[in-house]
Design a binder for this molecule. Structure first.
Ligand SMILES: Cc1cc2nc3c(=O)[nH]c(=O)nc-3n(C[C@H](O)[C@H](O)[C@H](O)COP(=O)(O)OP(=O)(O)OC[C@H]3O[C@@H](n4cnc5c(N)ncnc54)[C@H](O)[C@@H]3O)c2cc1C
Length: 407
């Protein structure tokens, strides 16, 4: 077997062209690095324009609440205009309440002098917008082919036998990252014993450009507002995270029974639920790599961390990684350093690990707080929510942080 000698050579190889890896590859290429991106799906699939949506099954079930900070990153990469060409829905308000109590908290973009708290976008629209930019850039794209192996000595090996050499390889290959496994990078994992049921619904009342989140003892239910091409404001994407046994029961229900349960669970806030799309269930597992970097390797996005979807922050944390790594590598280039410089990678890890861990810990705390039925805890969360709701500046600071507007 040969070493790296017969390989195509780059400064940086990004493995995984999801929402996170494709943004990073594009940004690095714009900085002047020689970059290649390897993505298992084909460009034809990723660039396919979605059909207009007139029914619940026309929407992609996986959506993301893109924060203002993530939006700015996509703007700086020239991809946000492409995102806006597809279906998207800016939400101006967010209402969170305790289904087992009286606590309620309401966030309003107007109080923050902002036009929206964030934008709900189907994941495929974001990837499509990024790939359109990638095809017009200097990124060398290997699509429709998977990476089957990597080691520092042999570089990246594609399943068709081609080989790529680079000083720095970036694992953006998602929650079950093979790069992370090949590098022997341990993770801290815990199972929430919950599943997220994801689908699209239509209701009789407008969603009022509000993200709705109701907590119950068995887990949170989110209604995220969508808009179709006709600007119909009665579609929502739902993420219903429930304890595994309860999620299994809900998944086994017929459409009519599920629809009725959903309508009860959202307490009629959006009127009658008239249609429910096909349902998908994802097991929820929190995972955090102990290190984000190793010799010649850095992890970003879900490859480094997966988080409970209750605050809709997974992709936003990934975009935080992208911003930090772009800044560090831009500085490295200006100083004439190699991209796998140990101090450069260590700085990236230092900047991101603490922030990601803080968000993961906060989500875990939230989940625990709402999963407990003891009277003092119920009192605490309900009184706490009411108190916070009246405390404008503190509440607005929390909202600004969630939007990524606070450094
Ligand atoms: C139910 C649910 C709801 C969520 N809601 C939100 C939300 O509202 N807001 C939010 O911010 N986040 C949300 N998230 C999280 C968000 O979806 C993820 O954080 C985000 O998709 C991670 O992107 P990624 O690019 O890191 O990984 P992925 O999207 O998993 O992309 C990995 C890419 O790598 C490719 N790949 C993998 N292995 C290989 C290989 N060997 N060779 C070549 N290519 C490979 C794959 O084809 C894929 O394209 C949610 C998650 C779940 C489960």
């Amino acid at each position: 077997m040969t070493g790296k000698a017969d390989a195509q050579s780059f400064d940086i190889v990004v493995v995984g062209g999801g929402m996170i890896g494709s943004a990073l590859a594009l940004g690095l290429s714009r900085q002047g690095w020689r970059v290649s991106l390897v993505e298992g799906a084909s460009r034809d699939t990723l660039l396919q324009a979605p059909e207009p949506a007139s029914a619940v099954d026309d929407f992609e079930p996986r959506v993301s609440a893109i924060s203002t900070a993530s939006q700015r990153l996509l703007e700086s990469l020239g991809a946000w205009a492409g995102v806006l060409e597809g279906r998207h829905c800016g939400y101006r308000e967010m209402t969170v309440w305790d289904g087992d109590g009286t606590g309620r908290i309401h966030f309003d973009a107007a109080e923050l002098h902002a036009r929206a708290l964030g934008t709900i976008v189907e994941n495929r629209h974001i990837v499509r917008a990024l790939f359109r930019e990638i095809l017009a850039s200097d990124v060398t794209l290997f699509d429709g082919v998977r990476v089957r192996g990597w080691s520092p000595a042999r570089g990246v090996e594609l399943e068709d036998g081609r080989r790529l050499a680079a000083r720095l390889v970036i694992g953006a290959d998602g929650a079950n990252s093979r790069l992370r496994q090949w590098a022997g990078m341990p993770t801290r994992e815990w199972d929430y014993d919950q599943q997220a049921i994801v689908c699209t619904v239509r209701t009789t009342r407008s969603h009022r450009f509000t993200a709705w989140q109701r907590f119950s003892l068995t887990g949170p239910l989110a209604f995220l507002p969508l808009l179709n091409e006709d600007l119909d404001d009665k579609f929502c994407s739902i993420v219903w995270s429930q304890d595994t046994a309860e999620a299994r029961r809900l998944m086994a229900l017929g459409d009519e029974a599920f629809r009725a349960e959903l309508e009860r669970a959202i307490e009629g806030e959006l009127g009658v639920v008239t249609a429910v799309s096909r349902r998908f269930a994802f097991p929820l597992r929190q995972r955090h790599a102990k290190d984000y970097v190793a010799d010649g390797l850095a992890l970003v996005g879900d490859a480094a961390h997966t988080i409970h979807p209750l605050a809709g922050q997974g992709a936003n944390l990934g975009y935080g990684d992208v911003r930090a790594l772009l800044e560090e590598l831009e500085r490295a280039m200006a100083r004439g350093l190699v991209p796998d410089d140990k101090l450069v990678l260590a700085r990236y890890q230092r900047r991101r690990k603490g922030e990601n861990l803080a968000m993961m810990t906060a989500m875990e705390g939230f989940k625990q707080l709402f999963a407990r039925d003891e009277l003092p805890l119920r009192w605490l969360r309900n009184a706490g929510m009411r108190w916070l709701d009246r405390l404008g500046p503190v509440k607005n600071r929390i909202a600004a942080e969630a939007m990524g507007l606070v450094d």
